[in-house]
Design a protein around this ligand. Structure first.
Ligand SMILES: Nc1ncnc2c1ncn2[C@@H]1O[C@H](COP(=O)(O)OP(=O)(O)OP(=O)(O)O)[C@@H](O)[C@H]1O
Ligand SMILES: O=P(O)(O)OC[C@@]1(O)O[C@H](CO)[C@@H](O)[C@@H]1O
Length: 319
């Protein structure tokens, strides 16, 4: 079972343009869509599509349309309240696949709501293989809240994955090795921000791997650093690998990182090796990049056979 926490859920509005985005002009959209989103919700959606038991926990008012819509798909959803309504996040996609996001702040979380979320998560973690803490924190949540939740979850047997950014990620990194997760999934920019590296150098998988290694040295069990079109690297005590994506016609990269993280967890739950976990992560991420809006892939859309994985520690060959 994969339990996800989306501390700051969203309704994702996607505007698909027929021409490149030009600031200050009136542009015609080919289509506009609206989908429930937020990183944990997306991960649970991919898990549900793959037949993996999952439960999505997030703050939301009872009977909010987001809950009704997700439950109608069959997803197991736990709404914790009293909470404000999910924010609206807007995505603009251009014909060449360029994706621009405008994310709302989200409803303010009270200390009582944060305590209720953490308590519910600990309860759910008792029967989970993985708990995923994903996305930004809502206004009102202290930046160090994820680090506190990781510590609270340590009393359960569940392994913990974290995918966040900016202040919450920096707060988590600042407390290492306390609050260290079993898996951290930064993208290149996030990896740069917590390792004091220049993001521009992280297009090079070897440079990304050596930045990620500093986090493993500080207590994170494994780092899955996604590098957009450059694939991803996996760094752990077992070794270091880079995976190159399959040829991908990019439509919308929203949810690509979430899909990658799910691919990794799926491979882990299947007992696959570290390079196979990385390969499935990249296959899942690229499959999502080829789909519109926040749409997550189903297993037949995922081409793990077209991903190549190479060992970046060829001398030791890992363990
Ligand atoms: N242009 C692309 N071509 C092929 N695959 C891509 C491309 N962009 C992203 N991907 C796939 O998606 C994965 C995740 O991408 P990225 O590193 O951009 O994640 P992210 O920034 O966390 O995404 P998001 O937060 O938008 O969900 C990559 O590892 C890769 O497999
Ligand atoms: O503002 P956050 O919480 O960092 O990210 C939220 C978000 O951009 O992440 C998902 C894609 O990964 C989207 O469904 C959602 O809109």
């Amino acid at each position: 079972m994969i339990v996800t926490l989306t501390a700051n859920p969203s309704i994702d509005h996607t505007v698909m343009l027929t021409s490149p985005l030009r600031r200050g002009e009136v542009l015609r959209a080919r289509s506009t869509t609206s989908q429930p989103g937020g990183k944990g919700v997306n991960i649970s959606g991919a898990a549900y599509a793959a037949g993996v038991p999952t439960r999505a926990v997030f703050p939301c008012p009872d009977l909010d349309p987001m809950i009704t819509e997700l439950r109608a798909t069959g997803l197991d959803v736990v709404a914790v309240g009293p909470a404000g309504q999910p924010r609206i996040n807007t995505t603009v996609t251009e014909p060449d696949g360029t994706t621009t996001k405008l994310n709302g702040p989200g409803a303010t979380a009270t200390p009582a709501l944060l305590d209720a979320l953490a308590a519910r998560l600990v309860q759910e973690a008792e029967h989970a293989g993985w708990v995923v803490l994903a996305g930004s924190l809502p206004p009102g949540a202290p930046a160090g809240w994820y680090a506190e939740v990781v510590s609270a979850l340590r009393s359960t047997g569940a392994r913990i994955a974290v995918d966040t950014s900016e202040a919450p990620l920096e707060a988590l990194a600042a407390r290492l090795p306390a609050g260290a997760p079993d898996l951290l999934k930064p993208n290149a920019e996030e990896l740069a921000s917590i390792t004091g590296t220049d993001a521009a150098t992280l297009d090079d998988p070897a440079a990304a791997a050596s930045a990620a290694r500093t986090l493993v040295d500080r207590g994170v069990a494994a780092v899955l650093a996604t590098l957009g079109a450059n694939g991803a690297v996996l760094v752990s005590a077992e070794g270091t690998w880079h995976a190159t994506p399959p040829p991908t016609a990019v439509v919308s990269t929203v949810g690509a990182g979430d899909s990658s993280l799910f691919g990794y967890l799926l491979a882990d739950l299947r007992g696959l090796s570290a390079p196979e976990r990385l390969g499935l992560a990249v296959a899942y991420g690229s499959a999502a990049a080829g789909l519109p809006g926040t749409t997550l892939p189903t297993p037949p859309q995922v081409r793990a056979d077209l991903v190549s994985v190479r060992d970046l520690d060829p001398i030791t060959g890992g363990l």
